[in-house]
Design a protein around this ligand. Structure first.
Ligand code: URA
Length: 234
């Protein structure tokens, strides 16, 4: 059974920042199994110990949802032998079952949902659900004017079937927003390659109703708001 520092447990449960938690402990506002505890460095067992703040149980949430602004250089996996994973960017030590919802390439940046809710992940990733994913793209050479029509009709990227209709909004000769509903390996890069452009920079800015919070710096994360979560689950 895993053990966790009490101050970390309290901060992760949203009681307050690490320094606020320290104050609460000092003031005798925290108890573990009915005993007041004043030091945050004791280890607790979240599954069995009863932690209380001002007499109210501090519950460890079952499901958690983080928005990550993925930086380049991190792999979208739960573990990797050689590279840092996106999970290493999430400051949550009380949930050991987190995973990224879908994959962004190592060099792709932007919106990645990290959760331990397998049902929501399935809803967002299932090809049958047609969840829109929008990317900002920079390419090496001018995007041909016919590209929007070609992407709308579906193009051959070497799979059994052409891609599903995708929306292309050209922003400048070499930048665009592309919205796809599938998630084939390197899909956006392969679609641009098929029309003679190489992707130089790729950033996901939207997934379903969830928009990347531009206030998050690369590598930054935050919990989804209740509104964001409700909209996504609908
Ligand atoms: N398409 C790509 O080519 N790469 C990504 O990371 C996501 C979509």
């Amino acid at each position: 059974m895993s053990q966790l520092r009490l101050d970390k447990y309290l901060a992760d449960a949203g009681i307050g920042s690490r320094s606020q938690v320290k104050q609460y402990l000092k003031k005798g506002m925290i108890s573990v199994n009915d005993t007041i505890v004043k030091s945050g460095d004791i280890k607790i067992r979240p599954e069995t110990d009863i932690v209380q703040y001002q007499g109210q149980p501090v519950l460890r949430e079952e499901f958690v949802y983080y928005m990550l602004n993925k930086p380049a250089g991190y792999v979208s996996a739960t573990e990797d032998n050689t590279c840092e994973t996106v999970l290493s960017l999430i400051p949550d030590s009380s949930h050991h079952d987190l995973f990224p919802v879908g994959r962004l390439d190592k060099d792709t940046e932007g919106l990645l949902l990290i959760t331990n809710d397998g049902v929501l992940a399935h809803q967002l990733l299932s090809p049958k659900k047609h969840v829109d994913k929008t990317y900002y793209v920079e390419v090496d050479t001018a995007i041909p004017p016919a590209a929007s029509q070609q992407f709308q009709e579906g193009i051959d990227i070497g799979e059994k079937r052409p891609t599903l209709p995708a929306r292309l909004d050209i922003l400048s000769p070499v930048t665009a927003h592309i919205t796809i509903q599938e998630g084939k390996f390197h899909q956006v890069k392969r679609m641009f390659h098929a029309i003679g452009c190489e992707v130089l920079y790729l950033k996901r800015i939207r997934m379903g109703t969830l928009e990347l919070d531009e206030a998050l710096p690369p590598g930054g994360s935050r919990r989804l708001t209740e509104q964001e979560l409700n909209a996504l689950s609908r």
